[in-house]
Design a protein around this ligand. Structure first.
Ligand code: ADP
Ligand code: MG
Length: 258
């Protein structure tokens, strides 16, 4: 070939470094094998949604990505750092991985503003003025700018979850992990959180999202991964996996949730 290769070709041919690279991931709790050999790549800027029945290992997978759970076997690489390497500085590697849980996990005794500034101050050593400015900006961007002085208990679930997202984003993550972020919310509050996530995806954030929101997965995901019983049963474009599943297990699951 005489033509020079473009950046896009490089990505297409797989030379560009993935943001997440999971290889041969196994995780057991005692005798219970939860993950039985998972391989996933997530490219920078890509949104991958993980779907699957309860108990299939989705949360365990996500928790292995930032080593909240230590894999029994396999390799996890995020942003060029091999987290499963025994010499890896985990605290440092985790700094740029944001995680949002089903149950918000805000500090109840801190105000909304303090919830967002605390890790910036303590972990990133950002000065107070900059931390407060950043926090106010993030809170405004998720639509809760007027709640900075409130305590979490005074907010709706949807507002609390948006604060949790703002808190994660304030750390300037390179990767965001979401574990069923809307599952604990009243139905009328789900939309606001999904809108924030959609905007984040459009801004180019790399996202690995466990969700039961098939509408979101269809519209926002670049790729959908269907997991069952600790393995990936099928994966591909949302229109393919959700719209035209090839496996009986995927069809059975989709019949239940759609
Ligand atoms: P999902 O998120 O898909 O519902 P999980 O990853 O939470 O699935 O759980 C998968 C399986 O692993 C379940 O059987 C669950 O009980 C088990 N499991 C998860 N965490 C632990 C743990 N810390 N100790 C023992 N078993 C666990
Ligand atoms: Mg789960």
């Amino acid at each position: 070939m005489s033509e020079e290769s473009t950046a896009e070709e490089v990505v297409e041919h797989g030379y560009a470094r993935p943001m997440v690279r999971i290889r041969g991931l196994h995780k057991s709790f005692g005798d219970l094998q939860v993950l039985k050999g998972i391989d996933i790549d997530v490219k920078p800027g890509e949104v991958v949604c993980v779907i699957g029945p309860s108990g299939s290992g989705k949360s365990t997978l996500l928790r292995c990505v930032n080593l909240l759970e230590r894999p029994t076997r396999g390799e996890i690489e995020v942003d060029g750092v091999v987290l499963t390497h025994r010499d890896c500085d985990l605290d440092k590697a985790r700094r740029r991985i944001g995680m949002v849980f089903q149950q918000f996990n805000l500090f109840p005794h801190l105000t909304v503003l303090e919830n967002v500034t605390v890790a910036m101050r303590k972990v990133l050593k950002v000065d107070k003025k900059t931390a407060v400015e950043t926090a106010r900006g993030q809170l405004a961007s998720v639509g809760v700018g007027d709640k900075a002085g409130e305590y979490p208990a005074r907010l709706s679930g949807g507002q609390q979850q948006r604060v949790a997202i703002a808190r994660a984003l304030a750390m300037r993550p390179h990767l965001m992990l979401f574990d069923e972020p809307t599952s604990a919310l009243d139905p009328e509050l789900v939309g606001d959180v999904l809108t924030v996530m959609r905007d984040l995806a459009e801004s180019g954030m790399t996202m690995l999202v466990v969700t039961h929101e098939m509408g979101f997965a269809r519209e926002v995901a670049d790729r959908v991964v269907f997991m069952d019983d600790g393995v990936i049963v099928e994966e591909g474009a949302p229109a393919q996996v959700i719209g035209d599943p090839q496996h009986e297990r995927t069809r059975t699951f989709l019949h239940r949730v759609l």
